[in-house]
Design a protein around this ligand. Structure first.
Ligand SMILES: *Cc1c(COP(=O)(O)O)cnc(C)c1O
Length: 245
């Protein structure tokens, strides 16, 4: 069952790439395993999945520890949910990428903890592209100011942008948002950061991740340039929130 689902998703990603003249190797599938038990993660791993997304720090850390002996660093954990500053310390050396940086204060906390551990932390800036009250992330207007602050922090590497598009039944409705995200992404990538500024830790070549698209809309997201799609239900089935530890 999971095997068919993953095969179908891979095919659809390939087809979306073909339609938009992209190479499927540009797109990474992140299996969103929140609320799902370890055996399902192991099953997905057995089917070739290496990237897993969690939205709660406690759950990511617990699963990372539980699977560490068997799989170690071959499983790549992604922190995709909102990150509180007091949880940064726990997750920073477990997650390969934090998708959800949306404030200078959070950036400074990541900088501080990464410096202590002498690591460089890869992050994305989360953009609330549809300006939904219920969603985290900066507005398009706040993006550049936040970006300019984050690239001054030596232990943070800004790798790209992330968004959670509105919940829709017709994915075409999100196309304009994905397209806007790609435009913001390109604007930053090609931005000529004033050479007169010193202590800038921005590397345009490593600004290469656009994380957007979920079960309901990933094909449109890929057509519009997503390099990471985050798929939960489409791989693992519906989530049951009643028995979360
Ligand atoms: C849960 C979640 C997903 C996956 O959602 P599905 O609709 O189940 O594919 C993707 N991104 C984030 C940030 C999530 O919290």
């Amino acid at each position: 069952m999971m095997e068919e689902r993953i095969t179908d998703i891979m095919k659809r990603i390939e087809a979306a790439c073909e339609r938009s003249g992209r190479d499927p190797s540009e797109v990474t599938l992140i299996a969103v395993s929140k609320t799902k038990p370890l055996h399902m993660i192991e099953e997905a791993y057995g089917l070739g999945i290496r990237h897993f997304g969690e939205n709660k720090v406690q759950e990511l850390v617990r699963k990372c520890n539980d699977l560490n002996d068997a799989y170690g660093h071959s499983i790549k954990w992604h922190q995709i949910g909102h990150l509180q500053r007091n949880k940064v310390k726990q997750v920073i050396d477990k997650a390969v990428l934090i998708h959800s940086v949306d404030s200078v204060r959070l950036g400074h906390m990541i900088e501080q903890e990464a410096a202590k551990k002498n690591i460089i932390c890869d992050v994305l800036i989360q953009v609330n592209i549809a300006k939904e009250d219920t969603k985290d992330g900066v507005s398009a207007d706040e993006l550049i100011p936040l970006f300019m602050e984050l690239i001054r922090l030596p232990h943070i590497r800004v790798r790209g942008l992330m968004t959670i598009a509105p919940y829709v039944t017709n994915p075409e409705k999100n196309r304009e948002y994905f397209s806007k995200m790609r435009q913001l992404f390109i604007d930053i990538k090609t931005k000529n950061i004033d050479n007169g500024l010193t202590d800038i830790y921005f590397v345009p070549e490593s600004f290469n991740i656009l994380s957007m698209g979920m079960t309901g809309d990933y094909e449109v997201a890929v057509e519009e340039g997503a390099t990471m799609v985050r798929i939960g239900t489409g791989i693992f089935g519906d989530r049951d929130y009643s028995d979360i530890r």
